[in-house]
Design a protein around this ligand. Sequence first.
Ligand SMILES: [Zn+2]
Ligand SMILES: [Zn+2]
Length: 117
Amino acid sequence: MTDDSFRLEEAEAPTVSCTRCEREWDLDDELDDLGPGSHAIEQFALDHERHTGHYPDDVNPWSVRCRRCPGGEQFLSERPARRWAETHARHTRHAVRIEAPTGAEDVVSGGSDGDRS
Ligand SMILES: [Zn+2]
Ligand SMILES: [Zn+2]
Protein backbone atom coordinates (compact mmCIF):
# COMPACT_ATOMS: atom_id res chain seq x y z
CA MET A 1 0.00 0.00 0.00
CA THR A 2 2.95 2.29 -0.19
CA ASP A 3 2.33 3.25 -3.71
CA ASP A 4 4.52 6.25 -3.92
CA SER A 5 7.45 4.89 -2.01
CA PHE A 6 8.93 3.15 -5.02
CA ARG A 7 8.48 5.99 -7.40
CA LEU A 8 12.05 7.14 -7.22
CA GLU A 9 13.80 4.15 -5.81
CA GLU A 10 12.61 1.81 -8.50
CA ALA A 11 13.15 4.29 -11.24
CA GLU A 12 16.55 3.30 -12.35
CA ALA A 13 18.03 5.49 -14.94
CA PRO A 14 16.86 4.01 -18.17
CA THR A 15 19.60 3.23 -20.57
CA VAL A 16 19.23 2.91 -24.25
CA SER A 17 21.74 1.23 -26.44
CA CYS A 18 22.12 1.08 -30.15
CA THR A 19 24.21 -1.60 -31.72
CA ARG A 20 24.22 0.16 -35.03
CA CYS A 21 25.77 3.25 -33.52
CA GLU A 22 27.73 1.17 -31.02
CA ARG A 23 26.68 3.57 -28.35
CA GLU A 24 24.78 3.53 -25.14
CA TRP A 25 22.99 6.38 -23.48
CA ASP A 26 22.04 6.96 -19.93
CA LEU A 27 18.79 8.76 -20.16
CA ASP A 28 18.84 9.96 -16.63
CA ASP A 29 20.46 13.21 -17.57
CA GLU A 30 18.04 13.99 -20.32
CA LEU A 31 15.04 13.07 -18.33
CA ASP A 32 14.67 15.74 -15.78
CA ASP A 33 12.10 17.63 -17.72
CA LEU A 34 10.23 14.68 -19.06
CA GLY A 35 9.70 12.56 -16.02
CA PRO A 36 10.67 8.96 -15.54
CA GLY A 37 9.61 5.97 -17.50
CA SER A 38 9.16 4.84 -21.00
CA HIS A 39 8.04 8.20 -22.20
CA ALA A 40 11.61 9.37 -22.21
CA ILE A 41 12.75 6.30 -24.05
CA GLU A 42 10.04 6.94 -26.54
CA GLN A 43 11.15 10.50 -27.02
CA PHE A 44 14.71 9.43 -27.31
CA ALA A 45 13.90 6.71 -29.79
CA LEU A 46 11.95 9.06 -32.00
CA ASP A 47 14.73 11.56 -31.80
CA HIS A 48 17.31 8.96 -32.62
CA GLU A 49 15.31 7.79 -35.58
CA ARG A 50 14.99 11.32 -36.83
CA HIS A 51 18.73 11.79 -36.72
CA THR A 52 19.96 8.41 -37.81
CA GLY A 53 17.07 6.76 -39.62
CA HIS A 54 16.88 3.80 -37.28
CA TYR A 55 15.64 3.01 -33.81
CA PRO A 56 17.78 2.04 -30.86
CA ASP A 57 17.83 -1.49 -29.54
CA ASP A 58 14.74 -2.89 -27.91
CA VAL A 59 12.53 -0.37 -29.57
CA ASN A 60 10.01 -1.99 -31.80
CA PRO A 61 7.92 0.50 -33.64
CA TRP A 62 4.53 0.09 -35.15
CA SER A 63 4.78 0.65 -38.87
CA VAL A 64 1.98 2.22 -40.78
CA ARG A 65 2.14 2.04 -44.51
CA CYS A 66 -0.31 3.19 -47.06
CA ARG A 67 -0.70 0.86 -49.97
CA ARG A 68 -0.83 3.70 -52.44
CA CYS A 69 1.32 6.42 -51.01
CA PRO A 70 5.08 6.14 -50.84
CA GLY A 71 6.72 6.14 -47.49
CA GLY A 72 4.98 5.56 -44.25
CA GLU A 73 5.12 6.36 -40.61
CA GLN A 74 6.38 4.63 -37.55
CA PHE A 75 5.06 4.95 -34.06
CA LEU A 76 6.09 3.53 -30.78
CA SER A 77 2.66 2.56 -29.64
CA GLU A 78 -0.51 1.31 -31.16
CA ARG A 79 -2.76 4.22 -30.51
CA PRO A 80 -1.03 6.89 -32.57
CA ALA A 81 -0.31 4.35 -35.28
CA ARG A 82 -3.93 3.43 -35.52
CA ARG A 83 -5.01 7.03 -35.40
CA TRP A 84 -2.69 7.91 -38.25
CA ALA A 85 -3.97 5.01 -40.29
CA GLU A 86 -7.59 5.82 -39.66
CA THR A 87 -7.13 9.48 -40.41
CA HIS A 88 -5.27 8.77 -43.60
CA ALA A 89 -7.75 6.15 -44.69
CA ARG A 90 -10.64 8.46 -44.02
CA HIS A 91 -9.14 11.35 -45.93
CA THR A 92 -7.81 9.47 -48.90
CA ARG A 93 -9.82 6.25 -48.88
CA HIS A 94 -6.61 4.38 -49.18
CA ALA A 95 -6.07 1.10 -47.45
CA VAL A 96 -3.42 1.48 -44.79
CA ARG A 97 -1.56 -1.43 -43.37
CA ILE A 98 -0.55 -1.45 -39.73
CA GLU A 99 2.27 -3.70 -38.71
CA ALA A 100 2.59 -4.44 -35.04
CA PRO A 101 5.96 -5.03 -33.42
CA THR A 102 4.88 -8.62 -32.99
CA GLY A 103 4.55 -9.01 -36.72
CA ALA A 104 0.79 -9.00 -36.68
CA GLU A 105 -0.81 -7.02 -39.43
CA ASP A 106 -4.00 -5.11 -39.67
CA VAL A 107 -5.50 -3.13 -42.48
CA VAL A 108 -7.54 -0.01 -42.12
CA SER A 109 -9.48 0.68 -45.25
CA GLY A 110 -11.07 3.92 -46.21
CA GLY A 111 -14.53 4.48 -47.49
CA SER A 112 -16.25 2.95 -44.53
CA ASP A 113 -19.25 5.14 -45.26
CA GLY A 114 -20.37 2.64 -47.86
CA ASP A 115 -19.72 4.66 -50.95
CA ARG A 116 -18.90 2.11 -53.58
CA SER A 117 -18.00 4.37 -56.46
ZN1 LIG B 1 21.68 4.28 -33.61
ZN1 LIG C 1 -2.37 6.94 -49.00
